[in-house]
Every structure is written in structure tokens, then in C-alpha cells.
Design a protein around this ligand. Structure first.
Ligand code: THU
Length: 133
């Protein structure tokens, strides 16, 4: 699957966003090395802190179906905002543990597009090696 196709898959996932509070829609798609795809959308809640972001949903789905970081080829995250949706702080922390440092992360809002990776999105990481001594 090409990068453009993966981004389009994330736009399909965005249609499933449940965002009655923010009306801000985000979709994500994980591409596994074996060709499987895993989708996520932001799912909000009246107790706002219980909201789950699209990229966490997608990566949790990949893990829930047996993938681990080395099985993941790329992640696309798209939104309907004016600016491209760069992952929030909580998502960066989660992605820093669940993706390889250089796994491509494609960001798009249908207008602008960029490519990054978690090494660049989250410097000075707190991780497993800090906890397990
Ligand atoms: N959101 C995501 O799903 N991913 C991001 O990277 C940024 C924020 C969601 C959470 C919430 O449902 C809405 O966007 C507004 O914050």
C-alpha cells in the first residue's frame, strides 16, 4: 500500500469519529508489514478525560490483534482541521513505546501533509528502561 493509499484509509476511518463535543474529527490507520490495516477514530466522552484519540485507538487495535512495534510499517493520522493534527502529548508518550523510533508517521488534513516519526515528535523520552531497572 502506498503512502497516499494509507492516508486515504485514515480519511475513511475519520468518518467513524464520535466527536459531539469538539466537532473535530480525526482518523488513523496503522499499516502492518504483513499488509493488514488497523483503524482508529477519536471517540469522545461527556467525561472529557475519558476521550480516546484516533492514533491511540489505531495502535491499540494493531496491538490487540497481535502486532508489536517491529510489525508496524507506518501510521497515518488525518483530521478535518485547518492545520494538520500533530499527535497530542499523551499520544506521543504512547507512540514512543508502541512504535519503532523511526516508523514513518504521515500527517494530513487533505490540504497540507507532512511526514515525521516519534523520535522527532518526542525528544528526551521517558520509557521502559527508566522503570525497569
Ligand atoms: N484528537 C485526536 O484524536 N488526535 C490528536 O492527535 C489530537 C486530538 C482528538 C481528541 C478529541 O476528540 C478531539 O481531537 C479534540 O481534541
Amino acid at each position: 500500500m502506498t503512502k497516499e493509499e494509507l492516508v486515504q484509509e485514515a480519511f475513511q476511518a475519520m468518518k467513524n469519529a464520535y466527536a459531539p463535543y469538539s466537532n473535530y474529527h480525526v482518523g488513523a490507520c496503522v499499516l502492518a508489514r504483513d499488509g493488514r490495516t488497523f483503524y482508529g477514530a477519536n471517540i469522545e466522552n461527556a467525561s472529557f478525560g475519558a476521550t480516546n484519540c484516533a492514533e491511540r485507538s489505531a495502535v491499540f487495535s494493531a496491538y490487540s490483534n497481535g502486532c508489536r512495534k517491529e510489525d508496524i510499517e507506518a501510521l497515518a493520522i488525518v483530521s478535518d482541521g485547518e492545520r494538520i493534527a500533530a499527535p497530542c502529548g499523551i499520544c506521543r508518550q504512547v507512540l514512543s513505546e508502541l512504535l519503532e523510533q523511526d516508523t514513518p508517521i504521515y500527517l494530513s488534513n487533505g490540504k497540507d501533509e507532512t511526514e515525521t516519526c516519534i523520535r522527532d515528535l518526542l525528544p528526551m523520552q521517558f520509557g521502559m528502561e527508566d522503570v525497569i531497572r
